[in-house]
Design a protein around this ligand. Sequence first.
Ligand SMILES: C[S@@+](CC[C@H](N)C(=O)[O-])C[C@H]1O[C@@H](n2cnc3c(N)ncnc32)[C@H](O)[C@@H]1O
Length: 213
Amino acid sequence: MGVLDRAFAALYDPILGLAERTGLAEERGRLLGDLAGHVVEIGAGTGANLPYLGSEVARATLLEPVPEMATKLRARLDDERASGTLSVSRIEVLEAPAEALPVGDDAADAVVSTLVLCSVDDLERSLTEIRRVLRPGGALVLMEHVAAHGFRRRVQGVLEPAWKVIGRGCHLTRETLLAVQTAGFDTTEVEPWHLPGGGPTGLVVAGVARNPA
Ligand SMILES: C[S@@+](CC[C@H](N)C(=O)[O-])C[C@H]1O[C@@H](n2cnc3c(N)ncnc32)[C@H](O)[C@@H]1O
């Protein structure tokens, strides 16, 4: 689906622009600012999280399976490198899905997933992979929209078939927090959050899900 993937990659930053300016960017900073060591990001998209990786991050592995998004990501990385705005010197971009992470066992101190687990093809397998690469005690940093309740949930169900096409596989009614808990993560540091202007994706869970030590 080259045309839709190209359109999604081209429109992603403009579509999220208002949300970024009214709270999303701040939330990214809150979640990512204290990360350290080797950080692996799944579904890194156009690189919206890049500015929030601090100098304690020794190495960042940015994974993005869709070539059109990976192209935007590399371009942003080049721009930020050229303007000297990055705090992390060792960053690599690889085209890979969350279901098959090109990262060794226990190799990551943190895995970042922002607005991605809604779109992976196989949620259970992705979470198994994330646990495999995270060291014991490591952090899965989450910001994911989830299924709402009652009337809002019914609206999500009606919109979902078309949304999945436009949003390149994005599921509105995914019970992502439940899946993260079922995969064995400790989610006591994960809280509800509201994505500004998020419409049917407004109900979000955000925080750190811990890989048990
Ligand atoms: C809504 S965007 C989020 C981008 C970025 N993480 C952010 O916070 O802005 C979803 C991203 O997940 C990627 N994606 C889709 N399927 C995926 C999969 N199976 N594994 C990893 N990423 C995937 C998409 O290509 C897209 O870049």
